[in-house]
Design a protein around this ligand. Structure first.
Ligand SMILES: [Zn+2]
Length: 93
């Protein structure tokens, strides 16, 4: 699957396609909203496995903490594999 530059996946913005391959997946140079640039494989992007450099995850963890402190209903859950699923539109596949 071809990914066009400037497409956004979560916090990633695709900058360019590279000649790198990982597990036969094309690697794309992506920039996170926080400014970190990293190579991400096409599969992770299109399947929503990677949505940020990791800052989304830390944001979500602190939001979970806040919710807990405030006694709010948890809108987020931590999956057994360590990934976080945010129960909000757009944050969760
Ligand atoms: Zn980031």
């Amino acid at each position: 699957m071809m990914i066009e530059p400037e497409r956004r996946f979560g916090r990633w913005e695709v900058l360019e396609k590279t000649n790198e391959r990982r597990n036969s997946q094309i690697m794309y140079l992506c920039r996170c909203e926080c400014g970190i640039e990293r190579l991400v494989d096409s599969n992770s992007l299109t399947r929503g496995k990677s949505r940020s450099c990791g800052c989304l995850r830390s944001d979500i963890v602190s939001e979970m903490d806040n919710n807990r402190k405030l006694g709010r209903e948890a809108l987020l859950r931590l999956n057994v594999d360590g990934t976080i699923c945010a129960v909000r539109p757009g944050d969760c596949e």
